[in-house]
Design a protein around this ligand. Structure first.
Ligand code: XBP
Ligand code: MG
Length: 239
């Protein structure tokens, strides 16, 4: 008798969790779309505009992604490359503003589509009567840039709750964004499913008591997700 492979078991289990959850809570960056490469380009654009001799290559950025939050990432990098922080909080806010503006321009070009299986899952979930939510570290501005390009200007109508990083006290891996989504949905954590791509996101959802399915993204393709169900992408779970 042919035993199912571990990946077949994982896919079957993840598919069952996706179908039976009362609400699906999506991370954004790396999960809905491979946006981190666009973020990285936008950061580098902002460094040039602010006349900083910084440039984040892919290898450095992969490490910097361990810090959730663009402003927090800039601050962490600044502290790592100088004995004391040289950028003021105002500098960081201005740098991040320039970066966010450039990110929106790059996303509007249409070069960053939703990942395989994402839109089909949003449609099938709605058809099953499931609630949909977003729990992300990025800003509402960035979510709007991505989803208005990918889903149209009425994209927000698809979601029952949308919580962005700056709306809560602590960013991932703290559970704050997920706890706020649960509050707005008024659904128990165990009846929901979080869909994530990073260790920070998996920890944040788990701390909120929410089961997690990982969809591997480019910048976290080598991450150890032994504590969660990990699939290559949501197209494997097309229902
Ligand atoms: C990923 C992040 C964000 C983005 C950059 O968020 O950590 O900080 O890298 O966006 P997600 P900002 O939880 O969606 O994976 O510069 O707006 O923070
Ligand atoms: Mg992510």
């Amino acid at each position: 008798m042919n035993r199912p492979s571990p990946s077949a078991i994982t896919i079957a289990r993840a598919r069952q969790m996706l179908e039976s959850a009362r609400a699906l809570i999506f991370d954004v960056d790396g999960t809905l779309a491979e946006t981190e490469e666009v973020h990285r380009r936008a950061f580098n654009h902002a460094f040039v505009q602010m006349r900083l001799d910084w440039r984040w290559g892919r290898t450095v950025y992969r490490q910097l992604l361990k810090t959730a939050g663009g402003k927090e990432r800039i601050r962490a990098f600044d502290r790592s490359c100088r004995s004391q922080q040289s950028l003021s909080d105002q500098d960081i806010i201005e740098l991040h503003r320039i970066k966010t503006s450039r990110y929106a321009e790059l996303i509007a070009s249409g070069d960053c589509p939703l990942r395989p299986g994402v839109e089909a899952l949003l449609v099938s979930a709605r058809r099953r009567g499931q609630r949909l939510a977003i729990a992300t570290t990025t800003s509402l501005e960035n979510i709007d840039a991505l989803l208005s390009t990918a889903l149209g200007n009425d994209w927000a109508a698809r979601f029952d709750a949308i919580v962005a990083g700056d709306e809560v006290a602590r960013k991932k891996p703290a559970p704050d964004v997920y706890l706020e989504v649960l509050k707005r949905l008024a659904i128990p954590a165990s009846n929901c499913l979080a869909i994530e791509d990073s260790h920070n996101g998996s920890v944040a959802a788990s701390l909120a008591g929410i089961p997690v399915v990982i969809t591997r993204s480019v910048y976290f393709d080598d991450e150890d997700f032994s504590e969660a169900l990990a699939v290559k992408d949501l197209a494997e779970l097309s229902l």
